[in-house]
Design a protein. Structure first.
Length: 162
């Protein structure tokens, strides 16, 4: 168990995608379940699951799929510091596995305070908008608002240069 300064005692555990999706469907404000992932983790407090993070390939196809890990969903029940505990644990796991960078996107209207507390840095904004194009129609299932990328560089040199 890891305790953040001034935080409740939080335990981080592995989590099956089906359990993470059940939690997300019940509590996430604006996203639904995810189809796939690389792995998922959960935060526990006093013997109950209080949050989940789903980590997968970057959604943007031009992002380095092999060396960048993306938090595609993070959802908590509001337990204090659960978001920060999950972002910190996700970064530690990504670093241990060998990823060079971890990132996530949040709505421009969200503060990012948990990401800041976890040592992540604000990256460039994304215009948001629809994924649908005349050449490939899509039904939008998420907010079309402007997004902000948050990232944490885990490893400065490229793999194989060690």
């Amino acid at each position: 168990m890891r305790r953040l300064p001034g935080a409740e005692l939080m335990e981080i555990r592995p989590c099956e995608l089906r359990d993470a999706n059940t939690f997300i469907e019940r509590l996430h404000r604006h996203h639904k379940r995810v189809v796939g992932h690389r792995f998922s983790i959960s935060a526990w407090h006093e013997s109950r699951m209080v949050g989940v993070a789903v980590l997968g390939r970057p959604v943007a196809r031009m992002t380095d799929q092999a060396n960048v890990l993306e938090v595609t969903r993070l959802c908590t029940d509001g337990t204090r510091n659960a978001c920060s505990a999950l972002y910190s644990a996700a970064a530690r796991a990504a670093r241990a596995i060998g990823y060079e960078k971890i990132q996530t996107f949040i709505l421009d209207s969200e503060s990012g305070v948990s990401l800041k507390a976890s040592g992540w840095k604000r990256g460039p904004d994304s215009a948001g908008g629809a994924w649908s194009r005349p050449s490939r129609g899509r039904q939008d299932k998420a907010p079309l608002d402007k997004k902000v990328r948050w990232e944490l560089v885990l490893k400065s040199e490229k793999r194989g240069a060690e």
